[in-house]
Design a protein around this ligand. Structure first.
Ligand SMILES: *[C@@H]1O[C@H](CO)[C@@H](O)[C@H](O)[C@H]1NC(C)=O
Ligand SMILES: *[C@@H]1O[C@H](CO)[C@@H](O)[C@H](O)[C@H]1NC(C)=O
Length: 344
């Protein structure tokens, strides 16, 4: 009878008690040229920021007995200490000592995010913790396109849909309306391009995996670079079938070629891959068919162009990715849509 009573009561007990462990993502973002760091801990179930600070450590508040410290080098290798346990920063739990980390780095920045668990009190007491947000947007201050934290979101929520940007539905692509039949007799047709207003320009970017997905295996260290990678020609796209390219007067071109001359390093048990981020300008254009002989100005239609910026302005260029959750297949790609307004 005692056994039966315990079974009946246990659900109420578990509702009232704090969860013994919460799943969190611990993220470190560093600007290598200024040595600025940001660390944050987000509760996975609620997406709540439990704590953040402009450094590589979190302590105090409900982290008092569970301080976090991330030490790392320029290639995102290092250690993460949670309370009294130190893990190696690695994409495989067997190599790290129990947690899984994904990483992105290039010559300017390091981004490390680890999935871990922490004692439940840390989440319950999150109101007591420091939450610094002014250091979280390192590169955005320069208004120069995305930083590695911005593109990491795309690796996490990888979406292969052809959606080009906010508010654009590429499956609803329009075609020009034909001219009325009697006008076809007029000779000497021309076209007239223009922006609609200022074209409402915005900065977007597109990330593409240049290399195959490399498994380091048992080798002490391994690299992925030119010999495992392709150079891709990234073309413009447009939501209306004009059948031709129009720059709108912005410093953009029909195509940009990524190249593949970059190397990434990894260590035993790691998954790694090489990516490239291309900066784009989105702008809205319209076109008329004109005939001065017959005095006709026929509106063909309007559409949003997404065109690569000259010189890859506002694109990140090459970057290295470590971790099986962040590497995809060669040629995979996704858009980053939250860029600032304006031309390149
Ligand atoms: C990580 O820990 C290992 C083993 O203690 C040490 O050799 C290495 O230097 C540490 N790396 C960093 C970046 O702190
Ligand atoms: C895009 O347009 C197609 C065709 O009009 C429609 O079926 C689809 O639901 C639209 N998708 C989005 C995301 O709006």
């Amino acid at each position: 009878m005692l056994f039966a009573a315990l079974v009946v009561w246990s659900p109420q007990v578990s509702l009232a008690a704090p969860p013994s462990q919460v799943e969190v993502a611990i993220t470190l973002h560093a600007d290598l040229s200024t040595s600025e760091h940001t660390i944050s801990v987000v509760e996975k179930a609620t997406s709540k920021v439990l704590a953040s600070s402009c450094s590589n450590t979190l302590k105090g508040g409900s982290f008092a007995g569970n301080a976090i410290e991330v030490t790392f080098d320029d290639e995102a290798n290092g250690n993460i200490t949670i309370g009294s346990t130190t893990y190696k920063i690695h994409g495989d739990a067997e190599f790290s000592g129990g947690i899984v980390c994904n990483r992105i780095y290039n010559k300017k920045e390091v981004f490390i995010t680890c999935d871990a668990t922490m004692p439940g009190e840390v989440a319950l007491e999150h109101k007591l913790n420091e939450r610094a947000s002014d250091c979280l947007k390192i590169a955005k201050r320069n208004n120069n396109g995305p930083n590695l934290a911005d593109i990491a979101q795309g690796h996490a929520d990888f979406n292969t849909s052809p959606m080009l940007a906010r508010d654009v539905n590429i499956t609803a692509i329009e075609k020009p309306k034909p001219l009325p039949r009697q006008m076809a007799a007029c000779m000497g047709w021309g076209t007239e391009w223009g922006l609609i207003g200022d074209g409402n320009p915005h900065q977007n970017s597109f990330s593409k995996q240049l290399s195959s997905k490399m498994q380091c295996g048992n080798a002490d260290s391994c690299t992925v670079g030119q010999s495992n990678s392709l150079s891709y020609t990234i073309g413009y796209s447009v939501t209306f079938n004009f059948g031709a390219f129009y720059s709108g007067g912005f410093s953009v071109s029909e195509t940009w070629t990524t190249g593949n001359n970059y190397g990434c390093g990894g260590h035993a048990g790691e998954t790694l891959c090489l990516w490239y981020n291309t900066g784009f300008t989105a702008y809205t254009a319209q076109r008329y068919t004109v005939n001065t002989w017959c005095n006709i100005r026929h509106f063909e239609g309007k559409g949003i162009f997404f065109s690569p910026n000259d010189g890859n302005k506002n694109g990140i260029d090459y970057y290295c990715v470590l971790g099986k959750d962040y590497c995809r297949e060669q040629g995979a790609g996704y858009w980053i849509k939250e860029g600032r307004a304006g031309g390149p």
